[in-house]
Design a protein around this ligand. Structure first.
Ligand code: ADP
Length: 401
């Protein structure tokens, strides 16, 4: 096996990062190196009867209608389209984003049949993500039987939670049975803490709240680079309201909806995961950009609820950290919406959070004026997967030599 020691080598190996959702298969292709070199990025979107391929491959923008596509067909399309850069070589390692690693996995794992069996048992804990993540792994094993298959888990970063932030106020036996606050978006938090250690080591060693605000959204309290608490809990429903998910909800509401309104578990799942959050409150869309542009009062109400809950959680996480030295915004909304950042930070001067209006509007990296630093850092979950894959290739090369 060739050594993965640097980008641009003609014998460099390829790494494919896959992030499979219910309706899309996102990918990034890299040349293996300690800092992997991205050479293509894109996705197959609208999996189903009218799937589309969209990517940047080398310098080229490529788009194609695929017709009917599941994860298998999508993967084949990615390979065919990337042939211009792969030139007959198959990826040596495929890294998969996997939502749930349960209590056991604190880092990337080789996806053996035994590990896959354990991960399949976790499907009920992340029904929107885990089945699709595992479907992509199976498609990938079939397409690349000789490649290493590595799983990187969104829960892994949070295994450092102290017990008190890992449990619910239920009888202890449920904790032992795995009913815990797992936390998600860990690959994003790992990327941000790593970047922070490089660009601001002093802040990285302090108390930081990271706000990952995308379609899914959560916040994480990080102390010296380690997760102390997260707004997401047992499932990816808790905490902040999201595009279509409700965020924090009194469990009594669920009991009421079952008992009094006769909703089944299936109907509740649909309501809480797909029809709530920004979409439910606005009765229009889960898309923040559209809501910001809308004149409808319901759109404004959805934004008001979103930013209010984010501010509450920011305060709660600062309390969990016994203070705060910095806030980092990331994710599609966190990285791009100056208005949402300003509304979340509004009235937080007591916590040392004061925005520089000009820097915020200009989407600059450092947007705070107060004693608490406020940063905007674009996240890159695929790169975390690629780094893990590169390390796995190096380990394999070391054991083979
Ligand atoms: P996902 O969780 O699916 O990866 P993203 O991180 O891409 O989602 O975030 C998608 C969200 O980011 C959408 O609500 C979208 O409207 C929002 N967004 C992207 N750009 C902007 C912008 N310039 N202003 C406001 N919201 C934006």
């Amino acid at each position: 096996m060739a050594q993965s020691t640097g980008s641009g080598e003609s014998d460099a190996e390829f790494i494919l990062s896959l992030n499979a959702g219910s309706s899309s298969l996102k990918f990034s292709l890299y040349k293996a190196a300690r800092e992997p070199d991205e050479i293509a990025v894109g996705q197959v979107e609208s999996l189903g009867p009218n799937a589309r391929f969209k990517a940047r491959i080398g310098p080229q923008q490529v788009e194609d209608n695929l017709g009917s596509a599941d994860h298998h067909v999508a993967l084949q399309a990615i390979l065919e389209q990337c042939e211009t850069v792969l030139q007959g070589k198959a990826p040596a390692c495929i890294g998969h984003r996997i939502a749930h690693g349960g209590v056991d996995y604190e880092g990337p794992q080789l996806l053996t049949p035994q590990v896959m069996e354990k991960l399949a048992l976790l499907e009920p804990l992340a029904p929107l993500h885990q089945p699709h993540n595992l479907a992509a792994v199976r498609a990938s094993v079939e397409a690349f039987p000789d490649a290493l298959q590595i799983g990187c888990f969104d829960t892994a970063f949070h295994r450092s939670h102290p017990w008190v932030n890992d449990t619910f106020g239920l009888p202890l036996k449920y904790y032992d049975r795995g009913v815990r606050r797992y936390g998600f978006h860990g690959l994003s938090y790992e990327y941000i803490t790593g970047t922070l250690a490089r660009i601001d080591p002093e802040l990285a060693s302090g108390r930081v709240v990271i706000a990952h605000l995308g379609n899914g959204a959560s916040m994480c309290g990080v102390l010296n680079g380690r997760s102390i608490a997260s707004t997401m809990g047992f499932s990816a429903l808790d905490g902040l309201p999201m595009g279509t998910r409700c965020g924090q909800l009194d469990p009594g509401v669920v009991l009421y909806l079952m008992d009094q309104e006769g909703l089944s578990a299936h109907e509740l799942t649909k309501l809480l995961y797909n029809e709530s959050g920004l979409k439910g409150l606005s009765d229009e869309t889960n898309d923040m950009r559209t809501l910001e542009a809308s004149q409808r009062p319901e759109a404004e109400m959805a934004i008001e609820y979103y930013t209010f809950r984010a501010r509450r959680e920011l305060g709660a996480l600062a309390a969990s950290l016994h203070g705060i030295d910095g806030v980092v915004f990331c994710g599609g909304i966190g990285e791009n919406s100056a208005t949402i950042r300003a509304r979340i930070c509004n009235g937080m001067d007591w916590m040392g959070i004061t925005l520089d209006g000009r820097a915020n509007m200009a989407n600059e990296m450092s947007i705070g004026l107060g004693r608490t630093k406020v940063l905007v850092i674009p996240t890159d979950e695929e790169r975390i997967i690629a780094r893990a894959a590169s390390r796995a290739l190096d380990q394999l090369a070391a054991t083979e030599s």
